[in-house]
Design a protein around this ligand. Structure first.
Ligand code: ADP
Length: 564
């Protein structure tokens, strides 16, 4: 005989899934134990949201769904934030949660951790399923895997009632019920006429631009994307998680002339990037007065025309679409963009880069974002294999433009939502899945959401170096308390002044550093990376450094209304 517990593990292993991120409790503790006993890795967290984030980033890196396992109701809800974030970012993951007894939940008779989890998950997941019979576990897991990775990837919820896990089944019958998903990420070949249309639009371009999004990084079509950029000679801009798909010091990178190229380009080729808020919805001041024609490569047909009209939609997987364009420009001949266009970009780049070099060269005391990031940048330049996690407001904004990336799928950040709290979850997921070191560059506020996972990092002895940009508060640490009636209350954006985050990791056996100058930061980071040990660097920066909401000031209602 076999049972639901064994069949879940067998079904995952049958599909080459070897790692589960989760947090144990009723009714899934034995499932986690069994996973470990059967040779899978179970990485146990302190909060489900971070286990879910780890699973999601593992999915992004590998194109295989990351698995997050939680208990019912509250554990499930904690994981749901990560599931929703994965769906929003198009990362494949499966949130598997144990659930209470259906007949009690449905009659609302007050079960332990009672909740209608399946329906709660639906609006936030790409697909949601419940398995009720042990003999359906094989097909249920197969369905969840295919839903997570095929087409536009996303988060899938899989509900496992406690009763299901205990159900027994004849072992032979159980074995036969397992399903191996064949071709889970099928190629989707673009229609030839859509390729021709795109090539025609490209031919008419005077000032073309390629925009690479994290969909392009996810697709693992690195060589063809690089060849398309280089053979076409078109300048390109990477979105933040597409940095490194081509090295950031590539001569065709237009990052240092971003505003100029967005405003001036006449034909924009979007490759795995959505025209959402991160691209000002494809319109307005950012996009300037020059009329635009868009060519958009995406696997999701409904992404097209989401914000502005798309002249040439290319629906298919990025690998196939880019390969077809590459062949098209080789067959038809392709004139490289005008020197007037590339020359004007080069000029802007030079000017902006020397301005930035000056800012970075300054060494103010106390240290500020720029001088601290200069130290980190110089070290990471020599270690392109290191994974970088980055979140915060100012810490995210500055690090994104200052820290260059040289390899694909090495930068993981706040993503489509601009979410805070992904830090330690992504860091753990990336370290576990790649076996490579991680440097997490964290604002002190952003770090607070997942800080307890330092214990997880230490428990698994992961090579994660966390750097806290500590300016004593959210945005900065110098705001006033606005209520004179409670003079001892603190400002809404304040934290404990002079907090020593480095002491936190020491509590779990990790190595803490407290640094106040770029030189100390350089020494600490070099030592921490070389040791391969869980480390945390508390980088004390000027409490006055930082602007409200980083570069998103315009999204604050008061500022948007011109009142601030
Ligand atoms: P960014 O935030 O970097 O601009 P987005 O997450 O907005 O990137 O966009 C990623 C896009 O890539 C999504 O619209 C998604 O449908 C698409 N995508 C993801 N994987 C593939 C793939 N393999 N082939 C084609 N499109 C893909």
């Amino acid at each position: 005989m076999t049972d639901g517990f064994h069949l879940v593990i067998d079904a995952l292993k049958h599909n080459d899934i070897d790692t589960i991120f989760g947090l144990v409790g009723i009714p899934i503790t034995d499932l986690a134990r069994l996973a470990q006993a059967e040779g899978m890795r179970f990485i146990g967290f302190r909060h489900e949201q971070h286990a879910g984030n780890a699973a999601a980033i593992a999915g992004y890196i590998t194109q295989k769904p990351g698995i997050c396992l939680t208990v019912s109701a509250p554990g499930f809800l904690n994981g749901l934030t990560a599931l929703a974030n994965a769906t929003t970012n198009c990362f494949p993951m499966i949130l598997i949660s144990g659930s209470s007894e259906r007949e009690i939940v449905d009659l609302q008779q007050g079960d332990y951790e009672e909740m209608d989890q399946l329906n709660a998950a639906k609006p936030y997941a790409k697909a949601s399923y419940r398995i009720n019979k042990a003999e359906d576990i094989g097909i249920g897991i197969a369905r969840a895997i295919r839903a997570a990775v095929s087409g536009r990837p996303g988060g899938v919820y899989l509900d496992l009632p406690a009763q299901l896990l205990a159900q027994s089944l004849d072992a032979e019958h159980g074995k036969r019920s397992l399903v191996k998903v064949v071709d889970p990420v099928p190629r989707q070949i673009p229609a030839p006429d859509s390729i021709q249309r795109a090539l025609d639009v490209l031919k008419g371009a005077k000032k073309p631009l390629i925009l690479l999004g994290k969909g392009a990084a996810y697709a693992q079509a690195d060589a063809d994307i690089r060849a398309f950029v280089e053979n076409s000679g078109i300048p390109y801009l990477p979105m933040s998680m597409a940095k490194g798909l081509l090295p950031d010091n590539h001569p065709q990178s237009a990052s240092a002339a971003r505003s100029y190229v967005l405003a001036e380009a006449d034909v924009v080729v979007l490759i795995g990037a959505r025209l959402n808020w991160l691209l000002s919805h494809g319109k307005g001041k950012t996009w300037g007065a020059v009329p635009k024609k868009f060519i958009q490569i995406d696997i999701s047909p409904t992404e097209i025309d989401s914000n502005v009209a798309i002249e040439a939609p290319l629906i298919g997987d990025i690998g196939s679409c880019v390969a077809a364009l590459l062949k098209g420009i080789a067959d038809n001949g392709h004139a490289k963009p005008d020197a007037a266009w590339t020359g004007a970009i080069a000029e802007r780049k030079d000017k902006n880069m020397s301005k930035m070099a000056q800012t970075l060269a300054a060494s103010p005391s106390p240290m500020n974002f720029h001088s601290a990031l200069r130290s980190i940048r110089d070290i990471l330049k020599t270690r392109p294999d290191i994974n970088v996690v980055n979140e915060g407001a100012n810490t995210l904004d500055y690090a994104r433009s200052i820290i260059d990336m040289y390899e694909p799928r090495k930068r993981f950040d706040s993503g489509t939502w601009g979410i805070m709290g992904i830090g330690m979850g992504y860091a753990i997921g990336a370290a576990v899945i790649t076996g490579k070191p991680v440097v997490a560059i964290e604002g002190d506020s952003a770090f607070g959401f997942s800080g307890m996972e330092l214990e997880t990092i230490c428990r698994y002895d992961l090579p994660v170096v966390t750097i806290i940009f500590n300016n004593n508060g959210v945005y900065k640490g110098t705001d006033p308390n606005l209520n004179p009636n409670v003079p001892n209350d603190v400002p809404v954006t304040s934290f404990v002044k002079g907090a020593r985050y480095d002491k936190m990791i020491e509590a779990f056996g990790g190595i803490g550093y407290n640094v106040t100058t770029p030189e100390e930061l350089t020494a600490a980071l070099n030592e921490a990376i070389a040791s391969g040990k869980p480390s945390l660097i508390n980088a004390v920066i000027d409490p006055n450094a930082g602007t409200e909401s980083g570069r998103l000031t315009n999204l604050n209602p008061q500022s948007a209304a011109g009142k601030k």
